[in-house]
Structure formats: structure tokens, C-alpha cells
Design a protein around this ligand. Structure first.
Ligand code: ATP
Length: 376
């Protein structure tokens, strides 16, 4: 029962409202990301779910249990933090087994407890129960650390330490796995491989996961759905493709991927296309709008760059004249910065070997299909 439902959650710190009426419905088995800039309330939301923070008002359900009066350690949530929060004086196995030991300790009779205390104090004189060993080794195998079970965690790389933290959360078989920026301390290459590791394990176990990040690429590549947060509010919820192709505001368009945002005034409609005029451009969009002042959103990869003397049928596509300010070769892609009126547009074109790159100062024509201009 790992669904999470949050209704009208408000959290204030003194006069400051950190969360302003948050509503979320996260399905069992879903990988859900909370994405937003620093200070928007992601961690506070997570801490309210985990039970580390008391909501000012509103309700939180994990499965069909209202968790308001349930302490953090009884909510059946596993947590993974940015700082791995491992015990440096314990080896990998003991770090992962620790919570199981504590659970057993809490549920044992007093005589049995004395034995477990002794084992916890000095593992050399005791053994973990067979069930614990099996559980821990199974989960260590999952995170590919079964060969490192006896290593001290201080001897591990950052990625390995984060996998121990993940194993420690998973071994408790939580209903919900909460991860707060777990990859932020890792270098680029490790981040990529850990994204895959976490996603694969989450899918294998069918566990509900809530993942906090300010990195849109991380959220897009891992999550089934994303809630974008801004200043204590949820501003849009959707799948990565929903958010990318239909951002609800310029803020989201810019936060989820790179966007060109051109401010303009709607002049009218012609042949089913909305005509927008802005500073130094006239553009037509297949989008309908009732607004007069709009933001025209154009993704860099939806623009093509042609030579200034190219003959292009302007009834079929937008044609915008501009001047290349900078061209950057990025391997498979060439990124152009092109001055168009008062805007510098970003254009990403696929690099084909042998095709020449337009240099700085070249006059060019940019083409954008009408259906690729989103009006917000
Ligand atoms: P980051 O990505 O930087 O971690 P975040 O989106 O997770 O940011 P939160 O940590 O949830 O943001 O904080 C939201 C707001 O609430 C911030 O302005 C923060 O300063 C404030 N805040 C969080 N905890 C407290 C607290 N205990 N007392 C006062 N203000 C707090």
C-alpha cells in the first residue's frame, strides 16, 4: 500500500509560508519527482511525508492510513539523503543490517533483547539472525555491493556509499522510498549510472518512489511523473513529455528544458493560424489563444538554420531572418545563438559531417513550423 495522497498541505515557519496548499496524488509503484529551484519547498514536502516536519494544516495519506499522528519511524518510509548519513565505524553489512537489528530489538522480549544488545555492541561475539543475513545480502546484491559487505563505508567511493544508503533504505521493505537530492554529491558520470541503478531497482521492486531534485534532466530521465514547484506552490504536474511539450508557463518552459521565449502581441488569425508580432519578428502559430499579450515558446531543436539566400515557402512555415552571434560545435549538435530583433534565439541543429557550420556574423534564415510555436 504505497500510494501517497497529500491534500491542502500548508506549512509555515513563523510568518513565512514554505508550502502553500500542496495537493498530490502519487500512485502505488510510481516514480514521482518533485522538481524546482532552491527554496521552493521540495524538502519540506518530503519531510512532511516522512514525519520529520508537522504540517500546519492539511492531510497526508500513505496507502489508506492518515499519518498525522503516526511517528516517522512507523510510517514505513525509507529515506535516502544527499549526504549518505552512513555510520563510518561500521562496515557495509552492518550499516544495512542496523535498522533490521533495531526493528528486531524493539519487537523482542527483554531476555532476547539483552542478547541482541550484546551483538549490536560487539558484533565479533555474535551473529546476525539467518533471516537478516539473507535479506541484507540479497539487497547488497541488488546494488552490486555484495562483494564489499565487509568493507568499512569510509573506504568506499561516493557512488558506492550512496548505494549502501539506498540498500539500507530498501532492506526495510518500505511502502515508500523518499530520496532527497541523492545524486547531488556525485560526479557527472556516476550520476548517470546511479540514475539507471535507482530506476531499475525501483521498477524491479515495484516500490513507490518520491525523488527531490532541482536538476530537470535527472527528473525527466527517471520519473514517471513530475511536480514542478515554485515558491511553495505546485505549478504543474505531468509526465516528462507533457511538461516538455505543453509547459503551463514560461517559468516551466525554461525550467524543464531550454526554451526561446518571445513576448508578443496577438494581431489576429489567418487561415487558422494565430499571428503574433514582437520586437523584430512576426510569427504564426497553430495554437489558439484568447489572450492579447502572449509568450511564444520555441524549443531550440525545433528551429532550422538556412542560408540567407535560401528560397523557402513562407506559407508552410515561419521564416525569421537573423544573424549568427555564436556557433558552438558540441559533437552531434551545433548550437547557434542567433540575433533576431531584440532576442537572441538558441538553435540546436544536428551536425552532419561535411556540412559547413554558419560562422559568427552570417545572415541566416530560421524556419519554425507553425505547430512548433506554443503560445502561453
Ligand atoms: P533546496 O533545493 O535548496 O534544498 P527546497 O526546495 O528543498 O530547497 P526547502 O528546504 O523545502 O526548499 O525550503 C523551503 C523554504 O522554507 C525555504 O525558504 C527555507 O529557507 C524555508 N525553511 C525550511 N525549513 C525551515 C525551518 N526549519 N525554519 C524556517 N524556514 C525554513
Amino acid at each position: 500500500m504505497g500510494s501517497v495522497r497529500i491534500s491542502n498541505l500548508i506549512k509555515t515557519f513563523g510568518d513565512f509560508t514554505a508550502l502553500n496548499d500542496i495537493n498530490l496524488d502519487i500512485e502505488e509503484g510510481e516514480f514521482f519527482a518533485l522538481l524546482g529551484p532552491s527554496g521552493c519547498g521540495k524538502t519540506t514536502t518530503m519531510r512532511c511525508i516522512a514525519g520529520f516536519e508537522d504540517p500546519t494544516s492539511g492531510s497526508i495519506y500513505i496507502g489508506d492510513r492518515e499519518v498525522e499522528n503516526i511517528p516517522a519511524n512507523k510510517r514505513n518510509c525509507g529515506m535516502v539523503f544527499q549526504s549518505y548519513a552512513l555510520f563510518p565505524h561500521m562496515n557495509v553489512f552492518d550499516n544495512v543490517a542496523y535498522s533490521l537489528d533495531i526493528k528486531q530489538l524493539n519487537s523482542s522480549n527483554p531476555i532476547k533483547q539483552m542478547g541482541i544488545y550484546a551483538r549490536l555492541l560487539n558484533k565479533r561475539f555474535g551473529k546476525h539472525p539467518k533471516e537478516t543475513i539473507e535479506k541484507v545480502m540479497k539487497i547488497l546484491k541488488y546494488v552490486e555491493l555484495d562483494n564489499h559487505a565487509e568493507r568499512m563505508t569510509s573506504e568506499l567511493s561516493g557512488g558506492q556509499q550512496q548505494r549502501v544508503a539506498l540498500a539500507r533504505a530498501l532492506v526495510m521493505e518500505p511502502a515508500v522510498l523518499l530520496m532527497d537530492e541523492p545524486l547531488s554529491n556525485l560526479d557527472q558520470a556516476l550520476r548517470h549510472s546511479m540514475r539507471n541503478t535507482i530506476r531499475t531497482i525501483q521498477q524491479d521492486l515495484g516500490i513507490t518512489a518520491i525523488f527531490v531534485t532541482h536538476d530537470q534532466e535527472e527528473a525527466m530521465s527517471m520519473a514517471d511523473r513530475i511536480a514542478v514547484m515554485d515558491k511553495g506552490n505546485i505549478v504543474q504536474i505531468g509526465t516528462p513529455t507533457d511538461l516538455y511539450s505543453n509547459p503551463a508557463s514560461p517559468f516551466i518552459a525554461n525550467f524543464v528544458g531550454t526554451s526561446n521565449i518571445l513576448k508578443g502581441t496577438v494581431l489576429g488569425e489567418e487561415n487558422g493560424l494565430t499571428i503574433v508580432k514582437g520586437e523584430g519578428f512576426l510569427i504564426k502559430s497553430a495554437n489558439k489563444t484568447t489572450k492579447k499579450e502572449v509568450d511564444a515558446i520555441i524549443r531550440p531543436e525545433h528551429v532550422k538554420v538556412e542560408a540567407a539566400d535560401s528560397v523557402i515557402d513562407e506559407t508552410k512555415t515561419n521564416v525569421i531572418e537573423g544573424t549568427v552571434v555564436m556557433s558552438t560545435y558540441l559533437g552531434s549538435v551545433v548550437r547557434y545563438d542567433v540575433q533576431v530583433g531584440g532576442y537572441q534565439l538558441i538553435v540546436d541543429t544536428t551536425y552532419t559531417s561535411g556540412v559547413s557550420i554558419f560562422k559568427e556574423g552570417r545572415k541566416v534564415k530560421l524556419t519554425v513550423e507553425h505547430g512548433r510555436v506554443l503560445l502561453i
